[in-house]
Write a protein that binds this ligand. Structure first.
Ligand SMILES: C[S@@+](CC[C@H](N)C(=O)[O-])C[C@H]1O[C@@H](n2cnc3c(N)ncnc32)[C@H](O)[C@@H]1O
Length: 367
């Protein structure tokens, strides 16, 4: 990838290496990190080296009436103004400068704007403009012109306000092993930033599912993995802390005509205490946990990894699939799990070329 902001913008740190060298560097770092757990080899999945990010956020820098996109500087002192970013998907890349010019030309759109977020899918592009001012009908009128001009959905956000002009979700579609999946992804919930890698992760997980009965999933988001995995299991119980993501997840069951998943808005900690019968929750009324025979647990926690109680709780099931966006917390959690489990497969997914970040997938079986 070529970028005129390398060495100035803090978002890329591995730019001195070509893509193959970056992959070798990341694998070596992971070999060193996981050597104490006797992991020597990984399946490694590469990404397109540019235009891979379908979700991106930029701060807005102002000088008089001029506005620019801005990223944190590499030396962590201040910001670097950029025109566009070669990491973002072409849909975003193409409109970034034109969209900004249009916002700049309108006082209502320009005034007190401090960030812009992009969410791209196979079908749509959604743009969220974030402000330090209340947004009223006059803002809607101007923002609607952006929707018409660029063929995008626009949302306005400011403290406590979300103004939706057309819709606040995108629809993503992709094919895995000859089956088409459709997702509504509502703005504001988590979504995997690299869509190509996301599909590789889902395929990898599906290929390694065997002897499936029922599935327990923690941190399920909008059902990104849940929906394709459901085809392999009799029943699925999937939980997630975010209300927005659960709303998407319920819609995604309908979109994909699946009725074997129960999605619940519950933190991993709450679900663990419910399954351990420590506490009763209204949200579990009508759900008989005794009906489930969980052969597999699937977890995809945030960067902090799993809490101790949930980790201990899942350590009773036959198979665990752990997707992680943070090798350090993954290692910490695997140190606990490998007392009772063997690592059958360990994959690395290069979700973020030109950076040190790496996504991992581990399949564990009870010893
Ligand atoms: C890395 S994302 C994975 C989501 C999903 N698997 C996907 O691929 O889109 C982690 C998810 O965990 C959720 N989360 C964060 N803390 C949580 C907690 N304590 N309990 C349950 N879910 C949590 C977040 O809202 C987020 O959706």
């Amino acid at each position: 990838m070529e970028c005129s902001y390398f060495g100035k913008c803090g978002s890329c740190t591995l730019y001195t290496l070509d893509y193959n060298a970056q992959c070798a560097h990341k694998q070596e770092a992971m070999r060193t990190l996981f050597a104490p757990l006797h992991v020597k080899e990984f399946d490694f999945f590469t990404s397109p080296s540019e235009h891979y990010r379908g979700r991106s956020e930029f701060r807005i820098w102002k000088e008089g009436d001029t506005i620019s996109y801005a990223m944190g500087a590499v030396d962590k002192k201040g910001a670097v103004c950029i025109e566009t970013c070669p990491k973002v998907e072409m849909k975003i890349y193409d409109i970034m400068p034109k969209l900004l010019k249009q916002i700049e030309s309108s006082l209502i759109l320009r005034e007190k704007i401090f960030a812009i977020e992009f969410l791209a899918s196979s079908e749509h592009l959604l743009v969220t403009l974030i402000y330090h001012k209340p947004l009223k009908e006059e803002w809607d009128k101007e923002a609607r012109k952006l929707e018409e001009m660029f063929g995008v959905f626009v949302i306005g956000r400011s403290r406590g306000i979300k103004r939706i002009l057309s819709q606040d979700f995108v629809e993503d579609r992709f094919d895995i092993a000859g089956k088409m999946y459709r997702y509504h992804i509502i703005e504001g919930g988590f979504s995997q930033p690299n869509r190509a890698m996301n599909q590789k992760m889902i395929s990898w997980v599906l290929r390694h599912l065997e002897n499936c009965e029922d599935l327990l999933e923690l941190y399920c988001g909008y059902g990104n993995f849940t929906i394709p995995m459901a085809g392999k299991f009799k029943k699925v119980l999937a939980t997630e802390i975010s209300k927005t993501s659960i709303t998407s997840a319920l819609q995604n069951c309908e979109l994909n005509d699946i009725d074997t998943i129960t999605f619940l808005r519950m933190s991993a900690e709450e679900l663990t205490s419910a399954l351990k019968k420590e506490r009763e929750y209204n949200r579990l009324k009508g759900i008989n946990l005794e009906d489930y025979r969980f052969s597999h647990v699937f977890v995809d926690p945030p960067r902090a990894g799993m809490d101790e109680a949930s980790l201990e709780f899942i350590s009773q099931f036959e198979n665990i699939i752990y997707i992680s966006c943070n090798p350090e917390t993954l290692k910490r959690d695997l140190e606990v799990l490998t007392k009772k489990y063997a690592i059958l497969h360990f994959a690395l997914f290069d979700q973020f070329p030109n950076t040190e970040h790496l996504e991992s997938g581990v399949i564990l079986k009870r010893i």
